[in-house]
Design a protein around this ligand. Structure first.
Ligand SMILES: [Zn+2]
Length: 354
């Protein structure tokens, strides 16, 4: 009896000892992985604070200039008569822009969100147990549709409000009679409502692009790896040039007044440089691989991806390619498809860098 009691005692001590060792070992591993996850890149010959600061200032100005050129380029073409809103070249510029926006969603923002939300710096449960990225993107696309459809219905209601002096007020409930009676007015209202729609699309698109543009700047600003920064400068310039052309094409279609147009140009142009400055200011506290940063940026990216994919396919490509102008002209339709593939292909190549 005594010996078996001693054996139990020994086993208990052994189990306690083992569990203690294992827990402390696990804690150490966790601590190690946490420090790795919080510090991001480890020190190497490339890490040079002074050098990288100089490069970041160069990046700030060159990306700013590239963004301004990119987003203004489609807008400047507005002054060339051959590129007027009703001409064929306008349709082709728009098709190129739509391709760029589509690729921004599918090739830049969506994969970024996957990388963020399935990062090994996040706990396995729940982040790698459920495809959060696609779920959030799907819900975001549906919400964009809801905003789109409710806004349109609300606008129609406002625009079709019976005028006090009109003799046809009783028949306005009926769509066909209203068309018979107020043909001229309705057509004018339709054009106006279409224009308002284009303006809403341009603004929402800018919103969808903003997160990605700030985040790529933020990542550069917070890094002190001069090798990465050096190779990123040219890539980000092209990135902003191309993305700017995509957004510029949509601003062009919205036919804003010059004040609003240049406000939108300004906001797009400063997003990435703003991200760089923000990253430089937060360099000591901001770590792209900290769990909070990963979740916040990952969720925002997933929302942007759903929004961009919906808008590119429904509001830009669908509206144009299924609309009367391209449906009535097979040759123009084919050329426009070439433009879409060029835009989407070019922006896809950029995905290699940022
Ligand atoms: Zn990108």
């Amino acid at each position: 009896m005594a010996s078996s009691h001693q054996i139990y005692k020994l086993i208990t001590i052994l189990v306690l000892f083992l569990s203690f060792t294992l827990t402390s070992l696990a804690e150490n591993v966790q601590l190690a992985s946490e420090t790795h996850c919080n510090s991001g890149t480890r020190a190497s010959s490339c890490n040079n604070y002074k050098e990288s600061k100089k490069l970041k200032i160069i990046a700030f100005f060159s990306i700013l200039v590239a963004s301004i050129i990119g987003v203004s380029l489609p807008l400047i073409t507005r002054n060339i008569p051959a590129l007027g809103p009703d001409r064929d070249p306008f349709v082709i510029v728009k098709a190129l822009a739509s391709g760029v926006i589509l690729a921004t969603g599918y090739m830049h923002v969506l994969p970024d969100s996957f990388a963020n939300l399935t990062s090994t710096c996040l706990p396995n449960n729940p982040w790698r147990k459920f495809p959060f990225t696609t779920f959030i993107a799907m819900i975001s696309a549906l919400f964009t549709l809801m905003v789109d459809s409710y806004a349109m219905a609300w606008q129609k209601k406002i625009l079709l409000k019976p005028q006090p002096n009109a003799a046809v007020t009783e028949t306005l409930e009926n769509g066909s009679r209203e068309l018979e009676n107020e043909n001229g007015n309705i057509v004018a209202d339709d054009a106006k409502s279409q224009l308002i729609r284009y303006q809403v699309i341009a603004q929402v698109l800018e919103l969808g692009i903003v997160v990605h543009s700030v985040v790529i700047g933020l990542a550069m600003g917070a890094s002190d790896n001069k090798c990465t920064i050096r190779s990123l400068i040219a890539a980000l310039c092209f990135h902003q040039l191309f993305e700017g052309m995509g957004l510029g094409g949509c601003i062009l279609q919205a036919q804003y007044g010059s004040k609003m147009r240049w406000t939108m140009v300004f906001f797009f142009s400063v997003t990435t440089p703003f991200g760089i400055v923000l990253g430089m200011l937060l360099e000591t506290v901001y770590s792209p691989s900290s769990p909070t940063a990963l979740i916040v940026v990952g969720v925002l990216n997933a929302c942007s991806a759903g929004l961009l994919n919906y808008m590119a396919l429904v509001d830009l490509l669908g509206a144009d390619f299924l609309g009367p102008k391209l449906q009535g002209n097979m040759k123009l339709q084919t050329v426009a498809y070439v433009a879409v593939f060029l835009g989407a292909g070019g922006m896809s190549v950029m995905a290699k860098w940022a």
